[in-house]
Every structure is written in structure tokens, then in C-alpha cells.
Design a protein around this ligand. Structure first.
Ligand SMILES: Cc1ncc(COP(=O)(O)O)c(C=O)c1O
Length: 341
């Protein structure tokens, strides 16, 4: 199959329309079979549930080419399950997890010409999502829904190596206790926009959110979970019921324990302890791990010993091992790599 003539190294992280997308509709209590379509546009009633009351959830994962030339995705079953959990919490009918994986596979296959070659650093980003589609004026769940999967090629997250970033402790809250922080609902991202635009305007790369109730514990950023490394090489990662259960974080915990023999603590992490850690990173699908060099907290700076030039040594080992597993250079645990073709 001939690849599209795309400058993979320079496409950046933006939306480029690809050939096909998957669409399935939910009506009268059932999901239809779904189809692949060339139409990238959606026509909705002006009163559709998603437009009025933000009843929408999504997922994000990547397809890429491994060292031996296969197109694969990484643990799509976990994205499928997380979307089921998100749907239940927003009173939406879950799209069945096995059908989610099939839809991802079908959509990637139909757009295989857009899957970047091995070694380019670029990937095909996959965006499954669903929303309430029928008119709703009183505040209640919609009766009809649409589930879709589209893909878009995205460039290497780090051009020329992962440079440590500077983040700030946000004055805003991301998620309330017992709220929607643990699901991937569009509304969580809408309310983070003011906070991230403000942080960028102040010269910071990201926000660190603390727990909304006490503002003493580390939660996550707008799009990634935290991992810390102690001075004696233990991995510490925040446990909270109001953060998104990152698939990358869960995978890194396994890698740390089973591949690198490191001790891992998943627990509440008080902001007061952060100054004592040796390394800090943000983990998520987009970058796998972005190293954090500095945290700014209302006039005080925490500078990690790993510095502003490169990833810390343990972060680098975690990054190299997980990306090695993803790219087929290191043997993956059973079921982690879904071969598409
Ligand atoms: C709020 C938030 N936390 C964490 C993550 C990382 O999750 P994952 O590793 O599953 O991409 C994401 C990205 O999906 C996110 O949006």
C-alpha cells in the first residue's frame, strides 16, 4: 500500500482530514451496525443534547508502524473500557467494548496510507467519541447518540529530543471530589481552557492541579498524569478518584515493576513532598513521558535535580522501555499490542 506523500517530521499536532471515518447511531435502544463514510461533517439539530448540555465523551490512542513493518495500536481494549465507564457516568448507552476495538481497527485499516512509517516519530492519532444527538431542552440525557472514530496523522511530539518543561501550580481546579475528573468527558477539557491559556500567557507549559477540596495533594495536569522518582529510585504516582486513569501511567507502572525491577507506590502525594523528588514526568498517550524540570508555585520554584536539559535517568529508562515495547524492539506483555495489518 502506497503511503501518502506527507512530510511526517513537520506535520505538527493538528487535524488533517483522512479518507474514512466510522459512524454508528444509537436509536430506539440499540446501536446500529455502523459504516465507514467519507463524509467528515456532521449535521445536527440545533437543540442536540451535546450542543446544549455537553453530553459528550471521547478517547485518544495512536496507530503506528513497528520496527518489523506492522501497523499496530497499543492496548485499545483499555480505551474501550474507559469509554464504557465514561458513558455510564454521563448516562449514555455504552458502545460495546469489543465493537469499539473493531471500529478502531476498521478505521485505521481504511486510512492505512496515513500511518507514518517506522522511525519517523509521527503516528496516526485515533479519536473515538460519542455524543447526544437528538433535541433535548429540559436538562436530561439524550435518547439518541452517535459514536464516531476518525484519524489524523500527527507529527513527532518531541522534535529534536524531549526538553524538560516548566509547569505552574494552578489557581483553578480541574475536577471536584465525586465529580467527573475520572472520566474522559468533553466538559473537563472545556473548563481547563481558561486555566491553560492563562498559564501559557504567563510563560508556563502546563498546569499542575491540586485536589479541589484541600489544595494539598497533587492531582494531574489538563492532559496527563504525574509520575515522580524518589532520590532512592522509587516510582511514586498520585492515587486519586478525581484523575483520569491514564493507560500510559498504568503501563509504566508495570514496566517499572516487571521490566526494571523498581518499587512503585501508588498513593496520595502531598504537594509538600514534591520538592524532595529527584525526577518528575507527565505521562499520556501523546508524548509517553514529558519530563518536568521546574514547578512554579506562587513565587517559589521547585527545580528537580534532573535539570532543564534532559530527562532524568529513571524517566529515560521508563520512556525507552515503554517506547521499545510499543515499537516492537522489546517483547511486549501478552495482549498489549493489537496488530492491525
Ligand atoms: C486529563 C488526562 N489525564 C491523563 C491522560 C493520559 O491518559 P492516557 O495515558 O490514557 O493517554 C489524558 C489523556 O488522555 C488526559 O486527558
Amino acid at each position: 500500500m502506497e503511503k501518502k506523500n506527507i512530510d511526517w517530521a513537520n506535520i505538527g499536532f493538528g487535524y488533517h482530514t483522512t479518507d474514512k471515518r466510522f459512524v454508528s447511531n444509537y436509536k430506539n435502544g440499540a446501536w446500529d451496525d455502523g459504516v465507514l463514510t467519507e463524509d467528515a461533517n456532521i449535521v445536527l439539530n440545533e437543540c442536540a443534547g451535546v450542543l446544549q448540555y455537553a453530553q459528550t465523551i471521547f478517547e485518544g490512542l495512536k496507530a503506528y508502524t513497528t520496527e518489523d513493518g506492522h501497523i499496530v495500536t497499543f492496548r485499545p481494549d483499555l480505551n474501550a473500557q474507559r469509554m464504557v465507564d465514561s458513558a455510564k457516568f454521563l448516562e449514555m448507552p455504552p458502545f460495546p467494548a469489543d465493537r469499539f476495538v473493531e471500529a478502531v481497527v476498521e478505521t485505521v485499516k481504511a486510512n492505512a496510507a496515513y500511518v507514518p512509517p517506522y522511525g519517523s516519530g509521527a503516528t496516526l492519532y485515533i479519536r473515538p467519541y460519542m455524543f447526544g444527538s437528538n433535541p433535548v431542552i429540559g436538562v436530561k440525557p439524550a435518547d439518541e447518540y452517535q459514536f464516531r472514530v476518525f484519524t489524523t496523522p500527527v507529527g513527532p511530539y518531541f522534535k529534536g529530543g524531549a526538553q524538560p518543561i516548566t509547569i505552574k501550580v494552578s489557581d483553578y481546579d480541574r475536577a471536584a471530589p465525586h465529580g467527573t475528573g475520572h472520566i474522559k468527558a468533553g466538559l473537563n477539557y472545556a473548563m481547563s481552557l481558561h486555566a491553560i491559556v492563562t498559564a501559557h500567557a504567563e510563560g508556563f507549559d502546563e498546569n499542575m492541579y491540586l485536589d479541589a477540596a484541600t489544595r494539598t495533594k497533587v492531582e494531574e495536569t489538563g492532559g496527563a498524569n504525574f509520575i515522580f522518582v524518589t532520590k532512592d529510585n522509587k516510582i511514586v504516582t498520585p492515587h486519586s478518584s478525581s484523575i483520569l486513569p491514564s493507560i500510559t501511567r498504568r503501563s509504566l507502572i508495570h514496566v517499572a515493576k516487571e521490566y526494571l525491577g523498581l518499587e512503585v507506590e501508588e498513593r496520595e502525594v502531598y504537594f509538600d513532598e514534591v520538592k524532595d523528588f529527584a525526577e518528575c514526568g507527565l505521562c499520556g498517550t501523546a508524548a509517553v513521558i514529558s519530563p518536568v524540570g521546574k514547578i512554579y508555585d506562587h513565587g517559589n520554584e521547585i527545580c528537580f535535580p534532573s535539570g532543564m536539559d534532559a530527562m532524568g535517568p529513571i524517566t529515560q529508562k521508563l520512556y525507552d522501555t515503554l517506547t521499545g515495547i510499543q515499537m516492537g524492539r522489546i517483547k511486549a506483555p501478552e495482549g498489549w499490542i493489537k496488530v492491525i495489518e
